[in-house]
Design a protein. Sequence first.
Length: 112
Amino acid sequence: MLPPIGGRNVVTMRYIRHFNLLYVEPFDSESLIKIFGNILEWYFVNLPQPLPKGITNLKDNIIGSTIELYNKVQTSKELLPTPAKSHYIYNLRDLSKVFQGIAKATNKSFAS
């Protein structure tokens, strides 16, 4: 959508009016802990067979370490996206997939 230079077409205001710029402030760690804490709490309560207390007591450690890892990956200088490695873009979807995977685990998954 650059100005017309050497073969580029003009982008009209009639076309541009259909687009909006939207910005959402990133969540802070406290909000993420609350959100994913509620998700795990709901999962632990609504299982058909309750999990052992040793597993449910790990909830805070799971949430804290996952969010800490997410924040480190977000600020990492080694994992910046490049044209050759454009898959190095991390967002909340990646973080939520961790908790989605935990929520799909059954009581048998935690058996030793």
